[in-house]
Ligand binder design. Structure first.
Ligand SMILES: [Zn+2]
Ligand SMILES: [Zn+2]
Length: 1219
């Protein structure tokens, strides 16, 4: 019957009712007929099954709404109601069970007959048995009913009880369960026929058995296909149902989330019951078992194993998926094309492929299902975690009273998107459970799945790469070269068969699989912890430790690294910028696009990114193991890393993280930098670099030094980039280009993101963490029982007199080579820089040696950028203060943005770092400056230590009684030390761009601003004073010159009520302004006033005279003991902390040599470009002009920028002008 005929038939009540009654009767009789012996031969069954199939062919499309012309919804609902009322689904389920039973038994008889060469068996094998055909159409009917329950008329179907009937009949589980016996039978039939054909062929041609029948018996393989493909079609059908249910489940969750805010009790209940229905069906043990079996079968088949018991050679005769090659390789498809259409559209065919990735994906996704606690429970958890964090001492604590939050960092894309939560299972109803497979087995399976998926990506990546290179043509050999070495191509192992899944979906599947394996580990670890607590009554939970346990995740590092690289490879070859992804950059869509609802483009790398970003973040993802507490200090490091750490480092975690960071932040000003709601922002960066301990201390000690150095260089650049995007819309007040558009953009901003950035700038952050770790390590008594030579020497500094201030030259380990060469000139054969660092014995254990070199390297990069960006933040905050005060000059005034600058009345809003008002901006700018000021004393001491060595060496060179060679060697050492001293100084006082004196001036101007003043804390004024004292004593001439240059408006004048309305504001030097700020902030703290007055007196004298007296230097070396109780880093107040730390740190050039990466940076001071995959991989190109290569650049753009920014004048006309 045609579709049209069926439409007419179902629409006519006179036909509809009897047709249905006949069908219903048939179903019930089928079950009974199966009890007969030889049911397949039974004439009444043969008659019944014909009619059954005939009506089923019409019933299926009717229910799923696919008949053309369409049948009225009311009619379809009536049919469904009849089915419910007559319990048709229950009957179908029983019939299905009976049919499968009978078919299994009957087929076994045929197999037995074929095996003994019964000639009657032969013909039977050539076609599908009537029972098998009936089973197939039972499956068609079950699917049709479920589709009716999922379709657009779902609510009407629900009203007549269809959903309940589907659930209570158990039709789907029964169908899923029948797959195993059916595929078994198909396999046995295959084998029997193969054997018979082989015997026949053997009889004819005499022993060509070895070919396995693949070429010799084409007739038999056609025949055998009938049975096998019957089973495969059924398997595909169940797969399709599972995926349709999963999609429906996701939609129901979204719908529930949309209805939640409106909060109707009834609507909420209905939504919950809908979700419960989906989860009930999906969580059935038979369905779950089917999903697991399917997953296993797919992975096994790709590797040449058996799939559903079918021999590999048979399976692989199936054609490749019927997707054109270009399509299968396509990693970017329009969004209208939903994930599963290709799969769903394939109802079957003559050649049905069995390698189906989509259902595997569904299975894996289903087991990592999102479970969102009801709002009340969530609030309770949040409160609990806040409370738990309060008493647990941790690095999350910060001065501004922020309670640590387990969801930190906010502003990460996975929170904006809906799909999953990591360590959770059960879905909304709690019914969805992971399969009961031992953890290790599951993990092994997931790892293999990742491998197969990544192998599947290779052809697509290669193809895109070739296309890209073709497009680039000969013009850019360099950029073609950069993509030539893609990680995935170089590292993916092909499967044993060489076959793989379609490229599309593979990356998502691999990400999901890694996530599943990881969350399994977490769940297990947490269950164990809970059991222990219940047993032992120990009250220690992870709430207190702030970190949920993760279990043994050693095996997961490599898969994680591999999927990260795969994601980046895919993004690279498809030309997607991960900082701008998910948007169509042109047209209307660019303004309205929000990936929460519907991104205009689907790219798999973009979709997988949110999983990978989360997995790569220590908060929420895999965490590197910490060092054992007794061995976490610099002097107590073990010679080799703990096992878990080594696995992660060997897997390539560090370079993968760096590559990911660079890819995310490659484009300055991208939507990610602007923290667009659907892209996230600096979550990954913030998650890693808010502290030094415990993770980075371990990585510094045991990582590959060059890799770590490269990552640290990238982290510093990212920090600088982040700092330039922390200025909020308030700063735009000054620019007439930004008005309502900016405010609109801010509304799409990810909540919490700005707060997260600002907290990271104020600290704790990596820079502060490095200093704290070093100070704690070096503190006397800080390292228990330091007895080994270098450690004791470094801490106690031999030769130190009784007075702390009398610290003299000690055996600093980094001076060893200089001393060595002075003692034995020419012994090493060459100049100091020539001898390899690897060969020289520094007398320091390798972990500590490289950790210290990396500390110097990292400090340079971070201080450099934080000082410059901190200065900019201060300037911006001053502008905001002027706006807030209503003193904004110029014609352009936007009252809305001005309003945002003002300090809000609400105390909570004053503390809200997500806002842009003057208080927040001031706090952030001063926080950034204080991060730098903490490092200033250390750098000053490091400079002085080099100077001291140079003086000593010069003295030796000039002393009588030594040979010419010795004198020359001493002179060379003195020069080397002077150069290193200069390098330290340049880090603080780079007068061509920005010096710390300028930073001090900007800070004091901001602090004395009347509007901004309320955000200034005692910590700010003290650290500014402490840093300024160090700078002024160490560099008095520069201090005098620079501070007179960068004067600030007099605070005494501007705060006076008698201030004239017009006229110039008198200016004072920064120290005077700072004194005013100190008096204002510390005014009531009587104890400190005297000290501070004395220090300001010294400062004034230094700045006036431009030279320091010996007692000033003594005070500096003693660490300004009067101020030290306030300005100390580390656990205990220690005036000498900075000097001790400086004694440990190798000078910058040596540090670069030791880590294997030059400490030189791109000469373009605005450079935030992150070209390539690693900072170490960027070769700086020297300027070819008159400067003689003093300037070097990361790329041509930077050279051009720097050239126009003034290098043209410095370098002269003969320089190589960038093309
Ligand atoms: Zn030049
Ligand atoms: Zn550059």
């Amino acid at each position: 019957m045609s579709q049209e005929a069926w439409s007419t038939a179902w629409s006519d009540p006179a036909l509809r009712v009897p047709l249905f009654q006949v069908f219903s009767c048939l179903v019930r009789h089928l079950e009974k007929l199966m009890a007969l012996k030889d049911s397949d031969e039974n004439p009444s069954f043969r008659a019944f099954h014909c009619i059954f199939i005939c009506i089923a062919v019409g019933l299926g499309p009717l229910l799923s709404g696919q008949l053309v012309p369409p049948v009225a919804t009311a009619t379809r609902v009536k049919v469904a109601k009849m089915a419910v009322d007559t319990q048709l689904l229950h009957a179908l389920t029983r019939a299905l069970a009976a049919l499968v039973d009978a078919e299994t038994k009957g087929s076994k008889q045929i197999v037995a007959a074929a095996r003994i060469g019964d000639p009657n068996a032969g013909p039977l094998l050539q076609e599908q048995t009537p029972r098998a055909a009936t089973v197939e159409y039972c499956g068609v009917c079950v699917r049709a009913f479920i589709e009716a329950a999922l379709g657009p008329d779902a609510e009407k179907m629900r009203a007549v009880g269809l959903h309940r009937a589907i659930e209570s009949s158990g039709a789907l589980p029964r169908l899923a369960r029948s797959m195993m016996p059916l595929s078994n039978v198909a396999v046995e039939l295959d084998e029997a026929l193969m054997a018979a054909a082989a015997a026949k062929a053997g009889g004819r041609a005499g022993g060509s058995r070895g070919t396995g029948g693949s070429s010799g018996s084409s007739s038999s393989s056609t025949a055998v296909r009938v049975h096998r493909e019957g089973a495969i079609k059924q398997i595909r059908r169940v797969c399709a149902i599972v995926m349709e249910l999963w999609d429906g489940h996701a939609e129901a969750i979204q719908a529930a989330a949309r209805s939640e805010p409106s909060g109707g009790g009834k609507a909420g209940e209905a939504a919950a019951s809908r979700i419960r229905w989906f989860e009930g069906l999906l969580s059935d043990p038979c369905v779950r078992h089917f999903m697991l079996q399917h997953l296993l079968a797919q992975v096994a088949a790709a590797d040449g194993g058996s799939c559903y018991g079918m021999a590999p050679r048979q399976l692989l005769q199936a054609a490749e998926p019927m997707v054109p090659e270009s399509d299968a390789m396509r990693l970017e498809v329009p969004n209208e094309d939903p994930f599963h259409t290709i799969m769903a559209a394939m109802g079957g065919g003559a050649e049905v492929p069995l390698l189906l990735l989509d259902c595997v994906y569904t299975s894996v996704a289903g087991w990592t299902v999102h479970s969102r606690p009801p709002p009340a429970a969530a609030a309770a958890t949040a409160a609990g975690s806040g409370g738990g964090g309060g008493d647990g001492g941790s690095d999350c604590r910060s001065g501004s009273g922020i309670t640590p939050d387990l969801q930190w960092p906010p502003g990460v894309p996975w929170q904006a998107r809906n799909v999953f939560a990591l360590v959770d299972s059960g879905g909304r109803s709690g019914l969805l459970r992971r399969p009961d497979v031992p953890l290790r087995g599951m993990q092994g399976l997931m790892r293999r799945l990742v491998d197969v998926c990544l192998a599947s990506l290779v052809p697509g990546i290669k193809k895109h790469q070739q296309e890209q290179q073709r497009k680039l043509g000969g013009k850019a050999g360099a950029s073609a070269g950069t993509t030539a070495q893609l990680y995935t191509i170089a590292n993916a192992q092909p499967t044993a068969t060489g076959r793989a899944f379609p490229a599309r979906g593979s990356l998502m599947c691999a990400s999901r699989a890694t996530l599943l394996a990881f969350s399994n580990r977490c769940l297990q670890a947490q269950e164990r912890l809970q059991q222990q607590q219940q047993k032992g009554g120990v009250a220690v939970g992870w709430g207190q430790a702030l970190e949920p346990p993760q279990g043994d995740i050693r095996a997961l590092w490599r898969p994680l690294v591999r999927i990260t690289h795969a994601c980046l490879d895919v993004a690279l070859v498809t030309g997607v910028d991960l900082g701008e992804c998910g948007f169509d950059k042109s047209g209307e869509a660019a303004a309205t696009a929000d990936a929460d609802t519907k991104p205009p483009l689907y790219n798999e790398a973009v979709d997988a990114l949110r999983f990978i970003e989360r997995l790569m973040s220590p908060c929420g993802g895999l965490r590197l193991p910490r060092l054992p507490p007794a061995h976490a200090g610099l002097f107590t490091l073990l010679p080799s890393p703990p096992d878990g750490l080594r696995t992660a480092l060997e897997a390539g975690y560090v370079p993968a993280l760096e590559r990911l960071l660079r890819a995310l932040h490659r484009t300055e000003g991208s939507n990610r930098e602007l923290c667009h709601r659907s892209l996230g922002g600096f979550g990954l960066f913030a998650s890693h670099f808010r502290s030094f301990e415990p993770v980075w201390a371990a990585v510094f000690a045991y990582g590959e030094p060059r890799e770590v150095a490269s990552l640290m260089a990238t982290s510093a650049t990212t920090m600088r980039l982040m700092m330039s995007f922390v200025v909020g819309i308030a700063d735009m007040t000054w620019d007439p280009e930004y008005t309502t558009g900016t405010i609109r953009a801010a509304k799409r901003r990810l909540p919490g993101e700005m707060a997260m950035r600002r907290r990271l700038i104020r600290g704790p952050n990596l820079l502060q963490g490095v200093l704290t770790w070093l100070a704690n390590s070096a503190a006397p008594g800080g390292a228990p029982a330091v007895s080994n030579g270098w450690a004791a020497a470094a801490i106690e500094a031999p030769g130190a007199g009784p007075a702390a201030g009398a610290l003299v030259l000690g055996e600093r380990w980094w001076q060893r080579r200089w001393r060595h060469e002075m003692a034995a000139p020419g012994g090493a054969g060459s100049s100091s820089s020539g001898s390899g660092s690897g060969a020289f014995d520094w007398g320091v254990p390798q972990p500590a040696l490289q950790a210290l070199a990396l500390c110097s390297f990292t400090m340079k990069r971070w201080v450099y950028w934080m000082a410059r960006s901190g200065r900019n933040l201060c300037v911006m905050a001053q502008k905001v203060a002027i706006s807030a005060a209503g003193h904004m000059p110029g014609l352009f005034v936007n009252p809305r943005t001005v309003g945002l600058c003002r300090l809000p009345d609400d105390p909570a809003a004053r503390l809200d770092d997500d806002l842009d008002h003057v208080g927040v901006q001031t706090r952030t700018a001063l926080g950034a400056a204080c991060s730098v000021f903490r490092a200033v004393p250390v750098i000053v001491h490091a400079h002085l230590l080099c100077k001291e060595f140079a003086a000593e060496a010069r003295q030796r060179a000039g002393s009588a009684g030594i040979g010419a060679a010795e004198a020359a060697a001493a002179q060379a050492a003195a020069e080397a030390a002077e150069a290193e001293a200069e390098a330290w100084k340049l880090l603080l006082l780079d007068f061509s761009h920005a010096s710390c004196f300028e930073l001090v001036a900007e800070v004091t101007e901001l602090m004395t601003n009347t509007v901004a003043g309320s955000a200034v804390s005692s910590e700010h004024v003290r650290w500014t004073l402490y840093a300024l004292l160090h700078l002024a004593v160490a560099f008095p001439e520069d201090a005098a010159r620079e501070l007179k240059k960068y004067q600030v408006p007099s605070p005494y004048f501007s705060s006076s009520p008698s201030r004239p309305a017009t006229g110039p504001v008198p200016k004072v030097t920064a120290d005077a302004a700072l004194q005013a700020a100190c008096v204002q902030v510390l005014g009531l703290q009587v104890q400190g006033i005297g000290t501070i007055a004395a220090e300001f007196f010294v400062l004034g004298r230094l700045i006036n005279n431009g030279r320091a007296e010996p007692r000033d230097v003594e005070a500096l070396k003693a660490g300004f003991p009067l101020l030290a109780p306030w300005c100390s880093v580390g656990k205990l107040p220690d005036a000498l902390w900075a000097r001790r730390v400086a004694a440990l740190l190798p000078p910058l050039a040596l540090a670069g040599e030791l880590v294997g990466m030059s400490s030189d940076m791109c000469a373009n001071r605005a450079c935030v470009r992150m070209v390539g995959d690693s900072a170490a991989g960027v070769t700086l190109q020297r300027c070819g002009g008159r400067c003689g290569g003093a300037a070097s650049y990361c790329c041509v753009e930077c050279q051009r920028t720097h050239w126009n920014a003034g290098h043209k004048e410095a370098c002269g006309k003969r320089a190589a002008v960038p093309k």
